[in-house]
Write a protein that binds this ligand. Sequence first.
Ligand code: ATR
Length: 497
Amino acid sequence: MNPDFTICIPIVAATLEEAIRDIEKARTYTDLVELRLDHFDNINPGKLQTLLAHCKRAIVTCRSPQQGGKIAISDEKQFQLLTAAIDLKAAYIDIEYNSKNLPALLPRCKKTRAIVSYHNFEQTPSLNELQTIYKTIDSQRPQLVKIVTRANSINDCFTIFELLRWKKNLVAFCMGLNGEISRILAPKYGSRLTFAGLTDDKTSAPGQIDIHQMQTVYRVPKINADTKCIGVIGEYAEHSRSKYLHNPLFELHKLNYVFLPFRVAASELAEFLQNFRKFDFWGAAVTIPHKIAIMPYLDDIDETAHSIGAVNTVLNFNGQLMGCNTDRTGAMHALKQHCNLDGTRILVLGAGGATRAILYGLKNEDVRVTVVNRTEAKARELAGEYAFDWGNSADLARLIREHDIIINTTSVGMHPFVDDSPIGASGLEPGKVVMDIVYNPMQTRLIRDAETAGCHTITGENMLIYQAIQQYILWTGREVDFHEMGDFFYAQAKYSP
Ligand code: ATR
């Protein structure tokens, strides 16, 4: 545990009764809550006293609408409430850097500590600008300076990490979906607080993560300066389930690692990888749409990834980034767990990065493969590289009839387009094996249709799990048993939301 760091749960209730219930619930996770007085109907010093009596430690905040407050409270009322908080010996008051009440309130803070805060809901200013803001606030001698900005890109989080490395009396992180890693890694870079919603519908700012995720999935209270950061680099990384696999395994093996979603758009990849090196992140998984695009940015690519022509795993050796590929192992394990490949005819749908890994795995098997893709030229070219057949999408019904195993390697059916299927239900019949590599959701439309038709199905988490085990071995250097870890990962996949 990190003694200089606390997770704070904001209480965003409208009534006294609801707030007291929430304070009691919050106590099972942390001893620090933030009373957001701007969420209450008709708040007054008497009600504040009742609330504080239920809190072990509280930050009392009365935010203006310009700084993210919900209900407008006059300057006079803000002064009255925050003065009452000081008189009632609240642990902290949080007051905005530009509040008219700041000069009068700060000298009153003796037992109660003052947090002076700056919020920017539009963007993350440059490091220089943030340092100027910090200096202006710190010159008034509050105990803590809070700087919270909006991340328009994951790269903004690194500006905040730089800021945190620079000064110690800071609370700093980014809002918004792109700011998620800054909330999780707050204790690694020295933020004194991070905020987590009591539930995912009881949050007080955009992008706030709920306390269950923060504590149970990311193990934030255990994160410290030495924690090794690994994550999945993807345009929609927030949908990845890998965090539910790797984090529990790090916990089981008592490793000081954390697995995060790295939400990176194509235009942000180059800068993200510079930050990845600069901040010495330990490793990464790579997903749509970066498996091929990432290759020119890496220092080295191992033989398998090179032959496949795609990277799904990155290792950082002292700033030298090495690309590997575990999709082949994942796909072949998933297939062989469920069926005997010898002499089978396999129809592969798609011609992307994941397809390449699967074809590379199938090339040494006694199988006949046909590749079909929306963009036919890509199917023809890829099939040619492996001396496989290719087919035309217009012939799909016939091709399905003629093949024993059908593998979907396209992204069709993935959340949120859960009712899409890369093929119709016709031609699916008992005896055929249908494998989908889409795992979000596990029961894709294709899998549902195949089950209804009596096919044997292999859902997406099978490949996910086996490729993840090999990634885990690469990142941690641990020898783990594939079957034992497979069982562990299956249990996690089953119980994760
Ligand atoms: P990955 O690296 O995960 O394999 P990718 O390289 O972007 O991802 O490949 C995605 C695959 O899904 C491609 O085969 C793509 O077809 P195109 O080559 O024609 O782009 C396929 N795909 C994506 N959306 C599709 C859709 N709506 N219908 C059919 N195929 C689709």
